[in-house]
Design a protein around this ligand. Structure first.
Ligand code: UDX
Length: 433
């Protein structure tokens, strides 16, 4: 082990914990990833990767020598200098983040005499660090350092996002603890933002809120484009080239989903409300997103009339391409609404499953999904959908109606393929049919 290498215990073997553990091992540190799920730990010990994340299996395998997996706290904590908390913080009924898994980790930390540093990767409300500090002090562990070190990794690009981040945020109560966490990242070329703990906690929530705001903003522009005859794809290109605005997160569609945005928007909304503040912009962002998922139904009804007994093919179940994650996926909301309207729903996805979607038939190929369908909805922009022979698909359908929920395909080409094609906010190009 080189001099700068540290011993790290990562609590939580989910997306965030595994990526964090694997990447720190890649940087030369010794890492033990601990989870309460014995099956998961057993699988990891056998070299199996329980989640689909590009590059993760390779980086875990490459660093196997520096990585171990444990179910016992004591085993994970053996000689650990740093403890990363990467457990889930799902929303409760009130919209607040459920921190019970975080508190379990904190309360189970052994009463070590050495000076360890606890680093928080889980997304937590502002003020959590302060509470952790008090809770540790009450157990006689005031010498344990605490740092908020939020993650900004997106699924599908998590390993790259970790190794080549736009910035590293380190919020600490004392400089020495912050220095320890900064040193861990040696080898990563990125600006480091050092702050107090509360600000680091807020940076994570605010970054996500800013991204969601951009999506709901462009979705509303799309809806106005539809009503006024403009094309949101052109509009996004035209505004995105303004350096003050930038291009990213301006893809209009059927709304955002995933394990972070929906949960974190509720958590920030609730955090503000608990402090007596009504976060108006964020409330609108959430509401626009809910409505956006449902607008597809209106487009289908405009083409088909009643949806009762109509066969609707959903292409894509994952909340975005290159992941099997269906948490808060728009496809699930859409499927539920379609079933409620009396439609028959058939779905295709190259990796994600329609688990829990009672009444939805999942098929293995796009061709099977569209066969004899009354309409197709492109829900997730999987690259393979660009390669489909759409003209052949159109002839195999009962009625060739297509709603492109991600503005993925070329409106003219789809029209020429024989479809009555609608997209999101593309009135100018949709004048074709
Ligand atoms: C997001 C953040 O990007 C990441 O920094 C944070 O740590 C966790 O949440 P992720 O949920 O993996 O990551 O996916 P992301 O690629 O950001 O997409 C989120 C959702 O927004 C998806 O449903 C996607 O389809 C949607 N989206 C994204 C749009 O609708 N339009 C866009 O322009 C961009």
């Amino acid at each position: 082990m080189s001099e700068s290498a540290q011993r790290i215990a990562v609590f939580g073997a989910g997306y965030v914990g595994l990526v964090t553990g694997a990447c720190f091992a890649e940087l030369g540190h010794r890492v033990t990833v601990r989870d309460i799920l014995p099956d998961r730990i057993e699988a990891l010990r056998r070299g199996e990767v329980p989640i689909y994340e590009p590059g993760l299996a390779e980086i875990l395998a490459r660093n196997a020598e520096r990585l171990s997996f444990a179910t016992e706290v004591a085993e994970a904590m053996e000689e650990a200098d740093i403890v990363y908390v990467a457990v889930g913080t799902p929303p409760t009924y009130s919209g607040d983040a459920d921190l019970s898994a975080v508190w379990t980790v904190i309360d189970e930390l052994p009463a070590v005499e050495r000076r360890i540093v606890v680093a928080m990767k889980s997304t937590v409300p502002v003020g959590t660090g302060e509470k952790v500090r008090h809770r540790l002090a009450a157990r006689g562990l005031a010498h344990v350092g605490y740092v908020s070190n939020p993650e900004f990794t997106a699924e599908g690009t998590a390993v790259r996002d970790f190794m080549e981040p736009d910035r590293i945020v380190i919020g600490a109560f004392d400089e020495a603890a912050g220095d320890v966490i900064a040193a861990l990242h040696a080898g990563i070329d990125a600006p480091i933002v050092r702050s107090d703990v509360a600000s680091a906690e807020m940076i994570k929530l605010a970054a996500n809120a800013a991204l969601m705001t951009r999506i709901s903003f462009i979705n509303e522009i799309a809806n106005v484009c539809e009503a006024t005859g403009a094309d949101v794809v052109k509009v996004a290109e035209g505004i995105g080239l303004d350096r003050r605005i930038g291009k990213s997160f301006l893809r209009a569609g059927i709304g955002f989903g995933g394990s972070c945005f929906p949960k974190d928007s509720l958590a920030l909304k609730q955090l503000a409300a608990n402090s007596g503040y009504h976060f108006q912009v964020l409330n609108a962002v959430i509401e626009v997103n809910e409505l956006q998922k449902r607008r597809v139904i209106g487009k289908l009804v405009a083409r088909l009339g009643s949806l009762r007994g109509k066969r609707i093919a959903l292409l894509g179940l994952a909340f975005k391409p290159h992941t099997d994650d269906t948490r808060e996926a728009p496809a699930f909301v859409l499927a539920g609404r379609l079933l409620a309207e009396g439609a028959d729903v058939v779905a295709w996805d190259p990796v994600a499953h329609a688990d829990g979607l009672v009444g939805v038939e999942q098929v293995a190929t796009v061709e099977d999904a569209v066969l004899a369908a009354d309409a197709v909805v492109l829900v997730t922009e999987w690259p393979e959908l660009a390669e489909v022979d759409w003209a052949a698909a159109a002839t195999s359908m009962r009625t060739a109606v297509f709603v492109d929920g991600r503005n993925m395909l070329d409106p003219r080409a789809m029209h020429d393929a024989g479809f009555r094609y609608d997209a999101i906010g593309r009135a100018a190009s949709n004048g074709l049919t």
